[in-house]
Design a protein around this ligand. Structure first.
Ligand code: G3I
Length: 367
């Protein structure tokens, strides 16, 4: 080096500096060296990959915006659903008492983060205070009393969140799981038992009157089962023919690694969209627990199978993006899911127990 002419020495130095800068840019690029994001240290979250498709939501509780989980939520999702606190039993625990605070907290935090809020749910057989449908002796109230209570509940809740909650699951899970095509409704539902199907158009009308801008959904699970799908389709078709203000159908998507098939997901989207309804996948998770599996471990086999399932599902969602206005995950990460019961772990989400993206995550954002 010492004996080389000054021009050559300057050239070599410049070349080295350029190479060094190039290597630094290459390694620190948000896309990572291989063209995909190399971890959650990058600036893109799930919602950003899907910004030209549909909002990506998540079911949360009042503390989900705290700490590292809060950062994960804000980075990856642009819509939230209250997992429990907007349900009748929690928001309206007694006839003359509403408990707004937990839901208001979530709505305020979501709004501050620029996220949309889905409302869940106004009328359901579960998580509904006994006071709503029973008298002091525990006997079912009359139809008139039941309808008056429902109207008051729906009007008050929808009005409270008017302009803050953009859509509502007005009615949740009324269709029977029975394989009998003639058994349409869940006969364990107290509202149905007292009112018959007469309350269904009414609850949509009351929600619409309280907030004419709110998008009103029917929400259910097992919507890829052909028999149940047909029943839901028939109910929605009838309601629409009656002019009931119903705008969308929520397909919950509590799935497992074998069910449903790609074709069944496609068929559900097309069938409900043919009614002119918008589709949202409202409670997505893919459990890795199967009936005979007693382990708590997330084995490499489960990891691979779940990754393939998620890859397939999001491929269909992207393909059908014109019909889909939202995809919401039911819980944030494998740290905690409603499916973790009886000492078992379901590992159903895209983020692991350390809140880190799983292999399935990288497949979902690779397109
Ligand atoms: O808050 C109480 C707590 O005080 C008590 O100590 C504890 C003891 O079990 O229970 C707590 O309540 C639980 C509640 O979740 C809040 O964690 C209930 O027992 C439990 O039943 C309830 O489960 C919820 C379930 O709906 C009720 O059916 C799940 O969190 C929630 O994820 C789940 O969500 C539903 C959707 O709304 C509709 N579609 C199906 C979906 C999954 O079941």
């Amino acid at each position: 080096m010492k004996n080389k002419p000054i021009l050559i020495r300057t050239g070599i130095t410049l070349l080295s500096v350029t190479l060094l800068v190039a290597v630094i840019i290459f390694l620190t690029s948000s896309k990572g060296p291989w063209g995909i994001d190399s971890g959650q240290q990058d600036t893109k979250g799930l919602k950003d990959y899907y910004k030209n498709f549909f909002p990506i939501g998540v079911a949360v509780g009042p503390n989900s915006f705290d700490g590292a989980t809060g950062e994960l939520v804000k980075k990856n999702f642009n819509s939230v659903t209250c997992e429990n606190v907007m349900k009748p039993a929690l928001i309206h625990p007694e006839q003359n008492r509403y408990n707004w605070e937990p839901a208001d907290k979530i709505v305020a935090q979501a709004q501050a983060a620029g996220m949309k809020v889905r409302g869940h749910t106004l009328c359901w057989h579960a998580q509904t205070g006994a006071w709503m449908t029973k008298d002091a002796e525990g006997k079912p109230v009359s139809k008139e009393v039941a309808l008056a209570r429902l109207k008051e509940h729906i009007t008050t809740v929808v009005s409270h969140f008017k302009g803050k909650v953009y859509c509502w699951d007005v009615l949740n899970e009324i269709i029977s799981d029975s394989a009998n095509v003639n058994k349409m409704y869940m006969d364990t539902d107290p509202w149905f038992n007292i009112c018959g199907e007469e309350y269904i158009p009414k609850i949509y009308q009351w929600a619409h009157e309280a907030d004419p801008d709110a998008i009103l959904f029917y929400n259910d699970y097992n919507t890829e089962n052909p028999v149940k799908r047909e029943k839901i389709y028939n109910m929605l078709k009838k309601l629409l023919a009656q002019g009931v203000p119903i705008h969308g159908v929520g397909l919950q998507a509590h799935w497992n690694m074998n069910n449903p098939t790609e074709d069944q997901i496609r068929e559900s989207i097309d069938k409900f969209a043919s009614l002119g309804l918008k589709i949202q996948f409202t409670e997505l998770d893919v459990t890795t627990i199967s009936r005979r599996d007693t382990s708590r471990a997330f084995t490499p086999e489960k990891e691979k199978k779940q990754m393939e399932f998620y890859k397939m599902a999001f491929k269909v969602f992207r393909e059908k993006k014109d019909k889909i206005t939202g995809v919401t995950f039911w819980n944030v990460s494998d740290r905690g899911s409603w499916l973790d019961r009886g000492g078992r772990k379901a590992y159903p989400l895209l983020f692991d127990t350390n809140n880190q993206p799983k292999k399935a995550y990288w497949e979902v954002v690779k397109f």
